[in-house]
Design a protein around this ligand. Sequence first.
Ligand SMILES: O=C(O)C(=O)[C@@H](O)CO
Ligand SMILES: [Mg+2]
Length: 268
Amino acid sequence: MPAFAANLTMMFTEWAFLDRFDAAAEAGFTAVEYLFPYDHPPEAIAARLERNRLTQALFNLPPGDWAAGERGLAALPDRFDAVRAGVERALDYAGATGCTRLHLMAGLADRADPAARASYVRAVEHAAGRLAEKGIDLLLEPINGRDMPGYFLNDFAEAETLIATLGLANLRLQFDVYHRQILHGDVTMALRRLMPMIGHIQIAGVPSRHEPDGEELNYPFLFAELDRLGYAGFVGCEYRPRAGTVEGLGWGLGWLTPGLGRAGFFPG
Ligand SMILES: O=C(O)C(=O)[C@@H](O)CO
Ligand SMILES: [Mg+2]
């Protein structure tokens, strides 16, 4: 049975960020992920995890100036100092929250540009090295260009080759089924082949990025496939609910156990 993590950047947005931890636990999740924790002190996040007995499955290293359009810094040749500082900042949060997986965003850059490639490899090697000292995995995620035009890492084969070539024990693939389906399709065969290097999986309906309950993909089949493949990691629910988050959890009946979290959290 897959272990689902609620993505608190996209789900439970009816609540303030810190209250989303309570809401996710109440809805039956035992783990959470989100893009960035940096607007809140690490101790505040740790307290919410602890009181809800939630596991912090994943978050992203600092991406640069998100509001100004930056989507990671790793492939940007003049931003290595910021990458290095971001790694240290993320490690503070990982230490406080017990998180053992961090995603390094590549940034907007041309994949064919040798300077961008060299910068990306340098950033990945640096981040993986620092994270390894703390027993943390570094994840790389191919992202489709419709959602993120100009994103450097927009190809699964590219990520696979890089991870295999660098051969770093804590460098792993973040397999977002939504991006995979849009970029290349052939989801099941890719899961089977890439499973040895997969460190985290994310899901959403395709093409809407709503609940994983229909459209192009047969998620019950994919969840069973993950069990058949012996996947023991988390499955991050990185989708935007069509209407209410709780109202849209029907797809998870049978996998989630609502009410295990803090009793009476939901009003009414
Ligand atoms: O967009 C995604 O997909 C993610 O997983 C994010 O972490 C990157 O923005
Ligand atoms: Mg993703």
